[in-house]
Design a protein around this ligand. Structure first.
Ligand SMILES: [Zn+2]
Length: 641
């Protein structure tokens, strides 16, 4: 005990005394082992803790179920030394004890040294208590919290179980709930709440039966008596003060012959789903049923028609999909886990568990679908609606994709939610290797172009000093100094060709739009192509949607696989094969096929069909095509086709 006094003195800053005490204790004990010293340090820490919790009169935590208050007799226990009563939680069960001959576990010293009980408290439970065999009449029975004094020298039997409905069937539960919701008792309470300008929303009708059965199946393993929200009121408050009033009014429900049975405050403490609310269950004795009052602030609710949040259904619809999903492989397990995490984060934004600044920061990353064009995930590409409906994983993937295409938020929270969903989509549904949007796809291609330029020093240097090419509509003839003077700027001409109204896709095929550029060997065709590509990328970065693809035919042409030439060229540019179909559907291109003359011999040997447009399967792509070729390789017949 000397030590205890000593350290309390430290706290009140009387150093001389401390010094003396320490010395005297050392002298008394002469030497102290390290272990003892360590113990002393721990003791010191603990004592500080106890003293810091000023005015603390009891220790241990009160939790749902049975709570017993008593005294610990362990001489080494801090609570015991301070004569603080301790709370022991026994959860939901049936227990019996003799009030001064108990051995409950002390929450402080963790020893079974709580030998006497002085009080019992039931929290959020249905309970009974009897002494010496007689059931104690519980008059004022608020199920959510009830305290009963325990007298010494008596035997007690206590029982607590989780609150549950007492219906005989789901239909019975629905009937009881519906009747209770329009009962005088409840109506009076609702009127009382409305006096404080609190909005009380009663659901139009109870949940539709299919969804209700599904919820019971997944959330309660089929036990309908665990469902409390069949009769649920949503109570919407302007601000925290208003909410406190609402809770206060509901806690007084006794005067309307209702019993407050459970009170869960998920307003400052996070619920499992991170929705922010205060939930009170009211027991309506007349119909032997519980109804639920869920109170929250107007700005947190996702209730349709009342929500201030854009796309309020997103969070709940997503939740319902995840709930019904039973993954049967490890990858899906991981995806489900990640999906739940992102749903929680979405709720963190909606309910402001994340601070304003962080929400704003997320929202700043928002770019609408119309700008970035979210790519359809390969998983659901070419899958029928039926196939998707039969597979929850695919259904979930489709849901997220559709949300990203349809949802166009304007407010900060909405944008932050979109960004969360998109970043999750990118990482977990599309995967890091593949592009999730046309913008991502374009970035990948630009990276590849950079690489090609590094490898081709000659071209990249020549591009810096590029001189515009002139062109005519007829083949160039040596020594012709262009007396007609009808030449034009080749680049300009090309841009006009590319700017021409995009022709509509017909019968699933794109219009043929091809331009052939011919010139003598060394006239600068390749350089022209690279220059055109560069300037098309520049306009893409502004607001064009056309993506230029430069393809050196000599590098990419394979006479055995002509039809795949574009796809293979894209793969060389780091685009994965699995997303080729998706790309084909979403993006529009200019293919710049350079050096047709260089493959002409191989090309001619391969087939009698001369027209490259079909042989390269170009009609599959939403693209305009530019082909370069040395003069006099193609004859007029070839070009006309
Ligand atoms: Zn103890």
């Amino acid at each position: 005990m000397r030590f205890i006094i000593c350290y309390i003195e430290i706290r009140v800053n009387i150093p001389i005394c401390v010094h003396n005490c320490k010395i005297s204790s050392c002298l008394q004990k002469k030497t102290k082992s390290n272990e003892e010293l360590k113990g002393d340090e721990q003791m010191e820490e603990k004592l500080h803790k106890i003293k810091k919790e000023d005015e603390k009169t009891e220790t241990g935590e009160i939790k749902p179920g049975i709570n017993l208050q008593g005294f610990c007799e362990n001489i080494e226990c801090l609570a015991a030394n301070a004569r603080l009563p301790v709370w022991v939680n026994e959860e939901f069960k049936e227990i019996s004890f003799f009030s001064d001959k108990t051995l409950y576990r002390c929450p402080d010293c963790k020893q079974s040294t709580v030998t006497s009980i002085t009080k019992a408290m039931f929290l959020n439970s249905e309970y009974s208590i009897s002494t010496n065999g007689d059931l104690i009449q519980v008059k004022d029975n608020n199920h959510y919290q009830y305290t009963y004094p325990i007298t010494p020298g008596s035997s007690y039997k206590l029982k607590a179980q989780k609150i549950r409905q007492h219906a005989t069937s789901l239909k019975d539960l629905v009937t009881r709930s519906e009747t209770a919701m329009i009962s005088d008792e409840i109506i009076k309470l609702v009127k009382e709440l409305e006096k404080y300008s609190i909005t009380v929303v009663k659901p139009e009708k109870v949940k539709d039966e299919v969804r209700l059965s599904e919820k019971i199946k997944y959330d309660y393993k089929g036990d309908y008596n665990q469902v409390f929200d069949i009769g649920r009121f949503t109570i919407l408050c302007e601000d925290q003060t208003n909410l406190k009033t609402a809770v206060m009014v509901m806690k007084e429900a006794k005067k309307f012959n209702l019993i407050v049975s459970e009170d869960k405050d998920f307003f400052e403490k996070q619920s499992r789903t991170h929705h922010r609310f205060h939930n009170i269950k009211l027991y309506v004795p007349k119909y032997d049923v519980y109804v639920e009052m869920q109170a929250t602030l107007k700005r947190y609710t996702t209730l349709e028609g009342y929500s201030m949040i854009e796309n309020p259904k997103l969070s709940h619809s997503y939740y319902e999909l995840l709930r019904a999903w039973e993954p049967n492989n490890p990858e899906d397990d991981d995806l489900k886990q990640a999906s739940h995490e992102i749903l929680t984060k979405i709720n963190d934004v909606i309910c402001e568990w994340i601070d304003d600044k962080a929400i704003q920061k997320m929202a700043n990353r928002y770019r609408p679908h119309s700008d970035i064009i979210v790519l359809k995930p390969p998983q659901i590409f070419k899958k029928s609606e039926g196939e998707i409906k039969n597979n929850t994983a695919l259904e979930m993937i489709q849901f997220v994709y559709e949300q990203l295409c349809k949802f166009t938020p304007e407010k900060v929270k909405g944008k932050a939610v979109y960004v969360l969903l998109y970043e999750y989509y990118k990482k977990y549904i599309i995967g890091d290797k593949n592009p999730a949007s046309c913008i991502d796809f374009a970035l990948l291609l630009q990276e590849s172009r950079k690489q090609e330029m590094i490898e081709d020093v000659a071209i990249s240097q020549a591009l810096e000093m590029y001189i515009p090419l002139q062109a005519n509509n007829y083949p160039y003839i040596d020594n012709d100094d262009n007396k007609k003077d009808d030449s034009y700027d080749c680049h300009q001409h090309m841009m006009e060709f590319l700017d021409r109204e995009e022709e509509k896709k017909q019968n699933g095929k794109y219009e043929r739009q091809v331009m052939v550029v011919q010139g003598k060997s060394g006239s600068g065709k390749s350089l022209f192509c690279r220059h055109l590509e560069k300037s098309l990328w520049e306009s893409y970065m502004n607001d064009s949607t056309i993506i230029p693809i430069y393809i050196s035919l000599s590098k990419h042409y394979n006479e055995l696989n002509e039809k795949q030439i574009i796809s293979q060229a894209l793969q060389m540019k780091q685009i994965n094969k699995e997303i080729m179909d998706v790309i084909r559907e979403h993006a529009s291109f200019v293919f710049i096929l350079d050096g047709f003359d260089e493959i002409f011999d191989k090309y001619n040997k391969n087939s009698n069909d001369r027209y490259f447009y079909d042989r390269f399967n170009l009609s599959e792509w939403n693209a305009k095509t530019i082909v370069t070729c040395r003069s006099h390789v193609l004859n007029d017949e070839d070009i006309k086709q």
